[in-house]
Design a protein. Structure first.
Length: 223
């Protein structure tokens, strides 16, 4: 049954996932091209100097890309479930309902992590060739909260989409915005290094919220 659920979600999201992979990787690749362009014109030493003296990491344009990728995946995956009233049919399948929802969320989480992993591998491969460990790790650690925010955004918007009543959706959306704002409070490079474990805790806690909406859906809550 797990394979069947994964296949159903794949059929529903495959074209979006391809687009998300191309767009996010394209932005990551463009950020790397900026670094190589500076290195070619002014030398690698200039790149090191700028990064050390001016706190430049060259990947600022990626800041909201993972967030948008996570939000759109939740919309693509769960809006059709609610609009076409497919969720009720899904929950009546001969499979534990909590496990059903968790498998659907697990699919989205794994797909998103795979997309983000490609981004990170691309950036690491490019940065490793011209920068020492202290500098390329600085870039990747600076970008890490943005990618964690993308995962959190997917889980929070899934919670909003699966909620059966509009009043509660608005409340859930407001809470989600406040939580996601935490990921973008400090713009300085590596500002979240000490806070990264807590951000991961936020993500883990957010993974259980969708079940609250599904429970309300099962109870027949309506506007």
């Amino acid at each position: 049954m797990t394979k069947a659920i994964f296949y159903k979600e794949w059929i529903k999201t495959r074209w979006y996932l391809l687009l998300a992979l191309l767009v996010t990787t394209g932005f990551a690749g463009y950020a790397m091209l900026r670094i190589f362009r500076v290195a070619r014109l002014k030398g690698v030493e200039h790149v090191w100097e700028v990064m050390l003296s001016r706190d430049v990491v060259f990947v600022d344009l990626l800041q909201y890309i993972p967030l948008l990728a996570g939000l759109l995946l939740a919309l693509v995956q769960f809006v059709p479930e609610m609009y076409r009233k497919c969720l009720k049919l899904t929950l009546h399948l001969p499979y534990p309902q909590l496990r059903m929802v968790n498998v659907m969320l697990l699919y989205g989480l794994l797909a998103l992590l795979a997309c983000f992993a490609v981004n990170y591998l691309l950036m690491w491969g490019c940065l490793y060739s011209i920068l020492p460990y202290e500098l390329w790790s600085r870039v990747l650690l600076t970008a890490m909260p943005w990618y964690v925010a993308g995962v959190a955004a997917y889980q929070l918007l899934s919670w909003v989409c699966l909620e059966p009543t509009w009043k509660r959706r608005v409340l859930n959306a407001a809470v989600s915005i406040l939580v996601l704002r935490v990921f973008f409070l400090a713009p300085a490079p590596e500002a979240y290094n000490a806070f990264l474990p807590w951000l991961v805790v936020y993500v883990l806690l957010a993974s259980s919220l969708a079940w609250l909406s599904v429970t309300r859906f099962k109870e027949g809550r309506q506007d």
